[in-house]
Design a protein around this ligand. Structure first.
Ligand SMILES: NC(=O)c1ccc[n+]([C@@H]2O[C@H](COP(=O)([O-])OP(=O)(O)OC[C@H]3O[C@@H](n4cnc5c(N)ncnc54)[C@H](O)[C@@H]3O)[C@@H](O)[C@H]2O)c1
Length: 310
């Protein structure tokens, strides 16, 4: 589908900023709506317009949606773990906020809606890799609000004549991920190692994750928006498993520090193994990840080294 004008909610965040750069480089007009609770203006390219506002504010949404062909909805409170305590905020932003964005898209006559869902909707695996039909039993309210959002979009968007694709993102890493104790194990470990803090591995560290480079994720959003496909939900990962112990080892080696990680009890909400079957994304929108962890982890290290000034 050809289009010119994009709105990215959460556009000043980690993944949203990378999508914005990619779209601007392709000659598209980009607006970002972000309340800057986590995001930063510097994550956006200069030519993108930043509207500082909240997806719970329907007036702001109305003006943000003027002259928009495609919306990329990424604004969210992003934490599997934190959502257990802050379940009300999670539902308010991640579900009700999504419904606000969807309604604003309808009222503005938007052509396509691309939603950032999450592998957290699957919960503990019955089998691995997980395809899109894998049973969906989220272990955290975050997964519940993401799954509910997907379902609302899947029902309402077609009724309103809006094309849509839900993208279930797996663990995304790379430069510009906002440091937080709750999100992004790679960024957390890099910061811990650089600053000499303890590297804490929840559980035995044998839980497998599908780590995908943020540039690949941004390309998946671009492909989803440009394709003529609609009405589907796709996994976006690499299909390559890496356990948390291995991530810690790789980082300790690359940073050349004498660090011994400690194992702490598993935390509530975090699922067991998580690995994407990406064959549907490949056949529907021509997506497959270009990069493995060994190729791109240095970019994340370098960015954190500079940004944290350690
Ligand atoms: N990072 C991952 O590994 C991962 C994995 C699966 C899914 N996702 C999803 O991808 C999306 C982007 O995640 P990210 O890693 O870039 O996180 P992020 O926190 O960097 O980006 C989210 C952005 O949304 C903004 N925001 C939060 N609440 C808002 C509100 N009420 N109104 C307006 N803006 C608001 C934040 O300021 C931030 O810039 C999220 O929807 C997340 O659930 C991320």
């Amino acid at each position: 589908m050809d289009y010119k004008n994009a709105l990215i909610t959460g556009g000043a965040g980690f993944i949203g900023g990378h999508i914005a750069h990619r779209l601007v480089d392709a000659g598209r007009n980009v607006k970002a709506l972000d309340n800057l609770s986590v995001g930063r203006k510097e994550n956006l390219p200069d030519s993108a317009e930043l509207i500082v506002g909240d997806i719970r504010d329907t007036e702001i949404l109305k003006s943000a949606f003027e002259n928009v062909d495609v919306v990329f909805h990424l604004a969210a409170k992003v934490s599997i773990r934190l959502a257990i305590e802050e379940f009300h905020d999670d539902a308010d932003i991640n579900l009700i906020g999504t419904l606000n964005v969807l309604k604003a898209a309808r009222d503005a006559g938007v052509k396509k809606f691309i939603y950032a869902s999450s592998m957290a909707i699957y919960g503990n695996p019955d089998y691995s890799p997980q395809d899109e039909n894998h049973p969906q039993r989220p272990t955290s309210p975050y997964g519940v609000s993401k799954l509910a959002s997907e379902r609302y979009i899947s029902i309402l968007a077609p009724l309103w004549g809006i094309d849509f694709i839900n993208l279930r993102l797996f663990n995304t890493y790379g430069p510009r991920q906002t440091p937080s104790p709750y999100v992004g194990v790679i960024t957390i470990f890099i910061r811990n190692i650089l600053s000499g803090e303890q590297v804490k591995i929840f559980g035995d560290g044998k839980q497998k994750r599908d780590f995908i480079y943020v540039g690949d994720v941004a390309r998946a959003f671009d492909l989803a928006a440009s394709s003529d496909v609609s009405g589907i939900t796709l996994n976006i990962g690499t299909g390559i498993p890496t356990d948390v112990n291995t991530i810690a080892d790789i980082l300790i080696n690359r940073l050349d520090r004498n660090v011994k990680p400690v194992n702490t009890p598993p935390v509530a909400g975090e699922p067991g193994d998580s690995l994407a079957d990406i064959s549907l994304a490949q056949s529907m929108i021509g997506f497959s990840a270009k990069y493995g962890i060994e190729e791109k982890i240095d970019e994340a290290i370098e960015w954190n080294r500079v940004a944290s000034d350690i």
